[in-house]
Write a protein that binds this ligand. Structure first.
Ligand SMILES: C[S@@+](CC[C@H](N)C(=O)[O-])C[C@H]1O[C@@H](n2cnc3c(N)ncnc32)[C@H](O)[C@@H]1O
Length: 303
């Protein structure tokens, strides 16, 4: 007869097994993989930590300083995908004297980022103007054509679906001042091994240069060794506009190459490297999603 707190022998055996299992190496591996998976599939962070930093506000700040030096009068900057506003803060820290010549517009779709900036909006009073907009980055209706000197896309291109690029760059091009406007794109060439993002499609600098050139820009590329290589591309206004079909054709070809490379990594991950297999699988899915948006696969069957 069992006492009031005695379990039946089978349940006790199960608890002994589960306790042993939870402290085993296997369980530690499962917990690590679980944490990795949560990070990988969760929303991307709005900023990288400083040690890894793919963030290169310094490059954007140099561009703004160049504009202020070369031209008299006001300079208009659009921070596309501004996150928590690292760039305008860095501009404020670096160039106090000429702040009142800079008209700054910051755009992001993320409510947390917009609210964080709005809660400190007084910080930005020194600018000639400071506009904050919660939008998809290609939805810039209301901004006047041919008025922007510099559009900065820092640490964000990989999060924007390539199927939107032709629309995005066409809108950017229409906003640039034809005589001196530039787009400055900065991003990581590859995912950090310890914190990849399932939404991301990373380009290396030469790939990004290829689809921008196909679209009609004349991009200038530089590379910078951070924890992962970071590329920087500068594009002047394209007088003939953006050739969306040619850009899309190039993107489609590049995505097909990425898809096959990810399939190869998925078939042959390093031994017991579950994380590598997961990221390869996620990359296959992302490439297929984007290729589907480009019409590379037959339409979804209806039942
Ligand atoms: C890694 S953060 C970089 C933020 C900032 N540029 C920086 O360097 O600190 C990427 C930002 O892009 C924004 N973003 C991604 N896709 C977007 C879209 N389609 N429209 C607007 N913002 C977008 C995210 O909300 C996020 O704040």
């Amino acid at each position: 007869m069992k006492g009031p707190f005695e379990l039946d022998p089978q349940a006790e055996a199960f608890i002994r097994w589960a306790t042993a299992h939870l402290t085993s190496e296997e369980a530690t591996l499962d917990r690590k993989l679980g944490a990795f998976l949560r990070g990988y599939t969760g929303p991307p962070k709005a900023a990288c930590d400083d040690t890894r930093s793919s963030i290169r506000e310094d490059a954007a700040v140099r561009e703004i300083a160049r504009l202020l030096g070369e031209y008299a009068g006001p300079v208009r900057v659009l921070d596309a995908c501004c996150g928590f506003g690292n760039l305008p803060r860095q501009v404020l820290r670096s160039m106090r004297a000429d702040i009142d010549r800079i008209s700054f517009c910051a755009v992001d779709r993320d409510t947390g980022s917009i609210e964080a900036i709005r809660s400190k909006i007084d910080l930005f009073n020194g600018f000639l103007a400071f506009d904050l907009m919660q939008r998809e980055v290609w939805d810039l209706a209301g901004l006047d054509s041919h008025t922007v000197d510099l559009i900065v896309l820092n640490n964000a291109l990989r999060e924007i679906p390539p199927s939107s690029y032709s629309k995005l760059f066409s809108v950017f091009n229409s906003l640039l001042r034809p005589d001196r406007g530039r787009i400055c794109i900065i991003d990581m060439e590859s995912q950090p091994v310890d914190a990849p993002e399932s939404i991301a499609i990373n380009w290396d600098g030469t790939e990004a240069k290829r689809f921008l050139a196909a679209g009609g820009f004349a991009p200038e590329l530089t590379l910078h060794d951070k924890q992962t290589t970071v590329y920087q591309l500068h594009c002047r206004h394209s007088p003939a506009g953006v050739d969306g079909a040619a850009m899309t054709g190039e993107l489609r070809a590049l995505l097909e190459i990425k898809l096959h490379a990810a399939l190869e990594r998925r078939r042959n991950p390093s031994r017991r490297n579950h994380q590598e297999w997961l990221v390869a699988t996620g990359t296959v899915a992302r490439c297929v999603e984007e290729l589907t948006a480009f019409g590379a696969f037959p339409p979804r069957p209806t039942v």
